[in-house]
Every structure is written in structure tokens, then in C-alpha cells.
Design a protein around this ligand. Structure first.
Ligand SMILES: O=P(O)(O)OC[C@H]1O[C@](O)(CO)[C@@H](O)[C@@H]1O
Length: 565
């Protein structure tokens, strides 16, 4: 374990300045008297799965939702969270680094100390391995002072995002019992939160008093549902990536000779690539979800890119920027099938170098067709959720390589008469992951022990529901945009307080409200209805019209998927 973890450190001027930023809390969490109201029972997102989930989590499924109330809300059955005897809580970084992770710990620490100075927060040094080995560091003002609003996970570090085997679960339980923990906070993405849900169930079953809380912290933005609108880190990563992409775009248009293939970290779903495309307006973004839905083959994707390159050459343009989500490789049907075969062989403990010889004939043929560097990356050992290591597969280089080969073919066959195609590849991952978190992520993470719905407004629900699958994009513009870097303070601060994806989600909510409204009007406005009803309807239509005018702008600006500007 790294000796530097957890030590106070020297901060630069900018880091010190950021450490002074005081995250904002929603009104319902301000002060020490927190009021809550219990709501409906939690259930599965897909009602068809409710029974299966209930069976898998008999002790924890169906608990009541808790709504945190604003100070002056009049609710008859509101309950005040009373002071309790001092509590002991453990916290660890389980998932990959994501900007804002430190603020989850800071927010928890401040909330606990506000309740009682005798409450104790223990950090596990070295993530899951630290948890199993009981390596703790008590969080104090002194320990935390140089980590407030800072990037990275280096206060405590992390190891593998896995608390799953019987041995691991038992080790976690014995740590929690030995340290007499009332709570265990697991910070991470889909894998860590799935394990957290399972651990919570096991602890209840074994009468272990420790309550397990999973906190959605992942740059991928793929742990979402009606309660969790976004994950901690997504905002920062999209802003930093968008700035890098816009720099590349300006470089491309200035020199006019390269196609940039930019792969973006973000896991299996394409949320990061989609949001970055909305912010930076590249020439093309290929969404994995769309490829999977349309069942596009690798060569169909290559041909679409080449058609675009050729069309641009006809306009005298020999440059462009393409965004590629790292999960794209798994969304291409034939690549998915090949990766599944490789994963199965891994699960049967076949060594990496023997995998190629054990593939089925069709998979072996596809494998052989792929360039050597991709073959090597595809057989690498798996992630902790038994899937391929997406960050290690250079999909952008594979696409650039195949596009170049196809453009050369078209030239040879006389179908393309433009200049030779040239590409430059990039993978943006840790460049953004290690950034100082944006104000949004600082605030969101600090308030994270309750997840806020309508992130620009009040209201909160607790988290801890089992979330297993990464949430994909719901598939329902040469004007490169330069969003610039994250502005922490001054006139430019928070010109983009939330990501465009989340703004879009807000519109979807508004559309539903409008649709509801129109449906009601339709039922009221029948021949023979009174004059008053008609007058009221006409005057309310005027405001609907205004709303529609405002809304039509973003609605029309839908991003074409395979569109070359
Ligand atoms: O840096 P590492 O350990 O290769 O992890 C990379 C993976 O972690 C994530 O950032 C989060 O799961 C993925 O997007 C990415 O594939």
C-alpha cells in the first residue's frame, strides 16, 4: 500500500483556493434538525422484475422511501431525526476514481460531527483490501483539510472493486463487527453498488448491525434511475473532456489535414461521449446504444465513416473529429459475440495465450481478421465484473486503421479521388478523471448521503437500492463549440451548472407534463362545454404556446448520430 496515502500534503495556490470553497447544501439538509417523511415502498425499476429482486433481497427489498423535508414544509406525519448515541461509520473508495469522491467523505464527516462530536468516521486505507485487512485511518479535520474539493481518491486510495466472494463478504463482516460499525459507506459505480446491495442483505440476514450505504460515484454517469439523476464525477469529466475535444477540433480545422479519432472513457454506456458531443459539436459521434439497436456491423460502421470522409473531401475538407465511447467495441454485434466467447474462456481459467486456439471457428476467423494490437488487448484478463477491460482496448485505433484501409481501397478502385486519408488517435480518460471537481460535483458529492431528485431544486431520497445494470442512453450540428475549461469562480462560473444531458432530462419531464395537460384539455373541451371552460382553456393555451416556443429550440437541435458537418 502506498505510504503517501492519507498524509497531509502541499497544495498549489489553485488547490488551496479550491479547498476554501464551501459546498452548498439543499435547504432540507441545512441545520442539525433534519425532518423526513416516509413514502412508498421501494420497488424494482422494471415492475416485471420486482418478484425476482424481492426473492434475491428478502430482508432489504421494499423498504420505505424517505423524503427529506424543507424546513418550513407543513407535513402532518413529518419525523425529526433525533439525536442518537454516538455512532461509528466506515467509508471506502471501491469503484474507480471519479472527481468529487473526497467530498462524499467530507460531507459525511461534517454531517456526523454536526450531530455529535463523539461520532467517529473511519476511512479504510486501500479500498476493499483495506476493508478486509481492517486498515483504517480516522478522519479528522487535520487529516481532511488538504483533500477538500480536490480530485483523485488519494486520501484513502483504492484497489479492486469487489466484495463478492464468500471469503470477501466474511472478511468485510468481521471488520464491521470488530470495529463495531453502525454504518459502512461504499463509494463507487454499478459494480460497487451491486456488491453494496448484496452486502446489506447479507448483514441483515446475519444480524450484523452495520447498515451498508452505496454511493453512486462514477465518471461514467451510468448509474441512474428516477431517484438518481446523475453520478458524482460525470459533470466534471464531461466538462474536462469537452474542453480537450474542442482543442482538438480547433487544431483539426486549423491544419485541415487530420481526422482525429477520440475514444472516451465511460464504461459500457455512451453517456460521456453523448454529453461531450452536445458540448463540443464534433463532426461525428458513434453511440454504442444506437449501434447495438441497429445491429450495425464493424464494416458497416467503417463504411459510414468513409462515406462521410468522402463527402467532406468533395467539399475540400480533409479534417474531422470523431467521438468513440470506449464501450462501442462491445456494442458491435459480432465483436460482442467474440468478446463473450473470450470472457467464457477466461471464466474457465484458460490462460490468455491459449484463448485464440480455443475460439469457435467463426470467432477465430473474426479474431484473425483483427489487427495484432487489438487481438492482444481483447484477451487481457477481465474486469472484476467478468467483462472485458474496455479501457485497454484501442477501439479508436482499430477504426482509424480500418477506415484508412477502406479509403485506400476506394482510391485504388477509382471511387475516391481526394487526398490521402490521415488520422491521429487519442484516448481521454485519466486526463479528466483526475481533474479538480466542478462546483456541481463538489456540492453534489458533499450532499450525497441523501440523493437529490431535481438537482437544481429541493427534495431528497435516500439511496441504497440495488442497481445492477449500467443504464444505457435513451435513444429517443462545421460549428465546433469551445466550452472552455471548468470555471470555479468569477464571471464564468456556473454558466453550465449542469450537463446538457440532465437539462434534456428536465425537458422530457416538461413534455410529459404538457402531454398530460393536453390530454386533460381534450377531455374537457367537448361540444356543449360552457363558455367559462372555453375561456379558461383559451387563456391557458396562450401560456402553453409560450412554453412550446421556448422548448422548440432544444428539441429541434437533436444531434444526428452519423452526421458529418
Ligand atoms: O483505469 P482503469 O483501472 O483501467 O479503469 C478504467 C475503467 O474504469 C472506468 O472509468 C469506470 O468504470 C471505466 O470507464 C474504465 O473502463
Amino acid at each position: 500500500m502506498d505510504a503517501d496515502l492519507g498524509s497531509p500534503r502541499e497544495l498549489t495556490w489553485l488547490q488551496r483556493r479550491r479547498a476554501l470553497y464551501q459546498p452548498e447544501l439543499p435547504p432540507c439538509l441545512q441545520g442539525t434538525r433534519v425532518r423526513v417523511k416516509f413514502g412508498d415502498s421501494t420497488t424494482s425499476i422494471d415492475p416485471k422484475c420486482a418478484d425476482i429482486v424481492a426473492q434475491a433481497f428478502p430482508h432489504t427489498f421494499g423498504q420505505k422511501l424517505v423524503h427529506f423535508l424543507e424546513p418550513n414544509t407543513m407535513v402532518s406525519d413529518a419525523q425529526v431525526i433525533e439525536e442518537r448515541p454516538p455512532i461509528r461509520v466506515g467509508v471506502l473508495f471501491s469503484g474507480r476514481q471519479s472527481p468529487g469522491g473526497h467530498n462524499v467523505i467530507w460531507g459525511t464527516y461534517d454531517a456526523m460531527k454536526a450531530q455529535s462530536p463523539h461520532n467517529v468516521l473511519l476511512g479504510f486505507v486501500g479500498g476493499t483490501e483495506g476493508l478486509f485487512a481492517k486498515k483504517t485511518l480516522e478522519i479528522t479535520d487535520g487529516v481532511f483539510s488538504s483533500y477538500k474539493n480536490q480530485g483523485g481518491f488519494d486520501l484513502l486510495g483504492r484497489t479492486v472493486d469487489q466484495i463478492r466472494t464468500t471469503e470477501q463478504v466474511n472478511a468485510a463482516m468481521s471488520t464491521c463487527c470488530d470495529l463495531s460499525l453502525d454504518g459502512l459507506i461504499i463509494i463507487g459505480g454499478v459494480t460497487s453498488n451491486s456488491d453494496a446491495a448484496q452486502l446489506a442483505e447479507t448483514f441483515v440476514k446475519h444480524n450484523c448491525k452495520t447498515k451498508v450505504i452505496g454511493v453512486p460515484v462514477t465518471l461514467s454517469g451510468d448509474l441512474k434511475n428516477q431517484f438518481v439523476e446523475t453520478t458524482v464525477g460525470f459533470d466534471t469529466v464531461c466538462k474536462v473532456d469537452s474542453q480537450l475535444i474542442s482543442n482538438v477540433c480547433l487544431d483539426a480545422v486549423s491544419a485541415g489535414k487530420y481526422y482525429y479519432f477520440v475514444r472516451l472513457m465511460g464504461g459500457k454506456a455512451s453517456h460521456v461521449a453523448f454529453e461531450c458531443a452536445l458540448q463540443s459539436h464534433p463532426n461525428m459521434v458513434i453511440l454504442g446504444e444506437e449501434v447495438a439497436l441497429s445491429k450495425l456491423t464493424l464494416m458497416e460502421i467503417i463504411n459510414k465513416i468513409c462515406d462521410g470522409v468522402q463527402a467532406r473531401a468533395a467539399q475540400g475538407k480533409y479534417h474531422g473529429v470523431l467521438l468513440i465511447p470506449e464501450g462501442l467495441i462491445e456494442s458491435i454485434p459480432e465483436m460482442y459475440a467474440l468478446i463473450q466467447e473470450i470472457n467464457n474462456l477466461h471464466s474457465n481459467n484458460v490462460p490468455e495465450d491459449e484463448i485464440p486456439s480455443q475460439l469457435s471457428p467463426w470467432a477465430a476467423a473474426l479474431f484473425k481478421f483483427l489487427p495484432q494490437f487489438i487481438r492482444r488487448e481483447l484477451v487481457l484478463h477481465q474486469e472484476s465484473d467478468n467483462s472485458a477491460q474496455l479501457s485497454q482496448i484501442d477501439t479508436e485505433q482499430l477504426l482509424a486503421h480500418l477506415v484508412e484501409a477502406e479509403m485506400n481501397n476506394r482510391t485504388k478502385e477509382g471511387n475516391y479521388k481526394g487526398r490521402k486519408f490521415s488520422s491521429v488517435c487519442h484516448f481521454f480518460g485519466s486526463q479528466a478523471r483526475g481533474s479538480l471537481p466542478s462546483n456541481f460535483d463538489c456540492n453534489y458529492a458533499y450532499a450525497m448521503m441523501s440523493v437529490r431528485r431535481h438537482l437544481r431544486g429541493p427534495g431528497a431520497v435516500p439511496i441504497g437500492r440495488p442497481v445492477i445494470h449500467p443504464s444505457p442512453i435513451d435513444l429517443k450540428a462545421e460549428s465546433y463549440a469551445t466550452p472552455g475549461g471548468i470555471q470555479f469562480e468569477g464571471p464564468g462560473t456556473d454558466t453550465k451548472p449542469i450537463t446538457l444531458t440532465m437539462e434534456g432530462q428536465d425537458y422530457l419531464g416538461d413534455i410529459e407534463i404538457l402531454q398530460d395537460y393536453l390530454e386533460k384539455l381534450r377531455t374537457i373541451l367537448k361540444p356543449g362545454c360552457s363558455r367559462e371552460v372555453l375561456k379558461a382553456a383559451i387563456s391557458s393555451m396562450a401560456s402553453v404556446n409560450d412554453v412550446l416556443k421556448v422548448m422548440s429550440a432544444p428539441l429541434n437541435a437533436e444531434l444526428p448520430l452519423y452526421h458529418f458537418n
